[in-house]
Design a protein around this ligand. Structure first.
Ligand SMILES: [Zn+2]
Length: 424
């Protein structure tokens, strides 16, 4: 008889996206009811209808039997766009915003990214790690098991390296998987006002080689926007990153259409993120270049913007639309993917199933991690969430509260709600 080395999850309303070959998603998913899953720390061994699974994998031979008691089980969320390495919060700007200040007003008054940059430059690596770890706890408590995480509040050689090293240290001691991105071109720092090209030279010629040499990033990103970097400058940054071995991402067309999506298509970026103002004729170019469009409705919501990303249009164009939080201290102070599902449903007309696929399989595609996470399919990591919910629609519908019951990362229990919550 085989050793008892595998675990069995039973009595689940088990929802999973179904991977399709190639780039364009068919938006396929399955709901096994009741569903079961066999897994160990190396990954998922079998998934399907409970009766069929139990025939081959009897519970008497399992090392561990977990009953979901009829609850919804989904893959852990993949949050493919976050900025979690900053020191202090910017709650004071929230009040300014309520009183009518815009993002650009706050930036011009020395706030915004520039505040976080001064603040991070003064913080030690230990202090940054100390504030990052509880943020990772909140990600996992909200059902997220993998994040992409950007630097970008350093904007000096040492402070950018410090930010990425903090991510590396956090990844070593926290169950959430971290995919690191170098975002030295997030803003022009105060010391380089009026000397943009000199700052870009610093990013490309000094920061980038050090980041690559120390193995601190997988992706390179740039903030392509009228008041930050132009399309031509963004393209130069991304091409330099690609030449050095990093894959490209871009903050594109958030506040204006300034050609960011076109840069993504031209350089073959893995994802283009925001896209609120991307014109329709770009959809076919993004599809041809296999660029994953990432919608960040939390930032639109927090900026009280009436304009959200064109998710519906891009879905109809055949693009694998992804969802992420854009977690950051200025424009989206939320680690909650369920909140993003609600916004994507109400503001972008995505169905609950579409939001779930966008927040798991497609967001995994946006960080080239869909070979290992993003769906509950054989061979992938056993990253899953048991919810205090009975159907996929309950996640976006029952909003603003904690519905996570437990989270498993690589087959191990990584988070469990309090006993009081488990009674529900
Ligand atoms: Zn961002």
């Amino acid at each position: 008889m085989a050793d008892k080395t595998w675990s069995l999850l039973l009595d689940a309303e088990l929802f999973t996206p179904i991977s399709s070959p190639g780039f364009a998603s068919s938006w396929q998913s399955r709901l096994f009811s009741p569903g079961a899953m066999v897994f160990d720390e190396n990954g998922i061994i079998a998934v399907g209808e409970q009766a069929a699974i139990e025939e081959k994998w009897p519970r008497s031979q399992a090392a561990q039997v977990i009953s979901a008691a009829g609850r919804l089980v989904t893959p852990g969320f993949v949050d493919c766009h976050t900025h979690p390495v900053f020191h202090n919060l910017r709650a004071h700007e929230f009040t300014m915003r309520i009183q009518g200040a815009t993002y650009v007003d706050i930036s011009k008054a020395g706030g915004g990214i520039r505040y976080s940059v001064r603040d991070l430059q003064q913080a030690s690596e230990e202090q940054l790690l100390h504030v990052l770890l509880p943020r990772l706890d909140r990600f996992i408590a909200n059902g997220t098991t993998t994040i992409e995480a950007k630097s970008g509040y350093g904007l000096s050689v040492e402070a950018e390296l410090k930010s990425l090293r903090v991510l590396q240290r956090a990844a070593e001691q926290h169950p959430v998987d971290i995919v690191p991105t170098f975002l030295g071109a997030h803003e022009v720092p105060d010391a380089y006002r009026g000397r943009r090209q000199a700052y870009l030279d610093l990013v490309i010629e000094e920061m980038l080689p050090r980041v690559v040499e120390e193995g601190l990033a997988t992706f390179i990103d740039v903030f392509c926007e009228d008041h930050v970097f132009t399309a031509a400058e963004s393209r130069a940054v991304l091409e330099a990153g690609q030449k050095a071995g990093l894959a490209a991402k871009i903050h594109a067309d958030q506040l204006h259409d300034n050609g960011g999506a076109a840069v993504a298509a031209d350089v073959g970026a893995v994802s283009a993120d925001h896209l609120e103002h991307t014109p329709e004729h770009m959809d076919s170019r993004l599809l041809a270049a296999q660029v994953v469009p990432v919608m960040l409705p939390g930032a639109d919501f927090f900026l009280s913007s009436p304009i959200y990303g064109p998710a519906r249009r891009m879905i109809e164009a055949g693009l694998p639309v992804a969802l992420a939080t854009d977690f950051n201290p200025g424009t989206c102070m939320s680690e909650s993917m369920p909140m993003m599902l609600t916004l994507a449903g109400l503001q972008m007309r995505m169905t609950p199933e579409e939001t779930l696929i966008a927040a798991t399989l497609h967001s995994a595609m946006a960080i080239s991690a869909h070979d290992r996470v993003g769906s509950l399919e054989n061979g992938k990591q056993a990253d899953f969430v048991i919810w205090d919910a009975r159907s996929p629609a309950e996640l976006p519908y029952h909003f603003g509260v904690q519905l996570v019951q437990s989270v498993y990362k690589k087959g191990r229990l990584a988070f469990q709600a309090s006993a009081a919550r488990q009674r529900t």
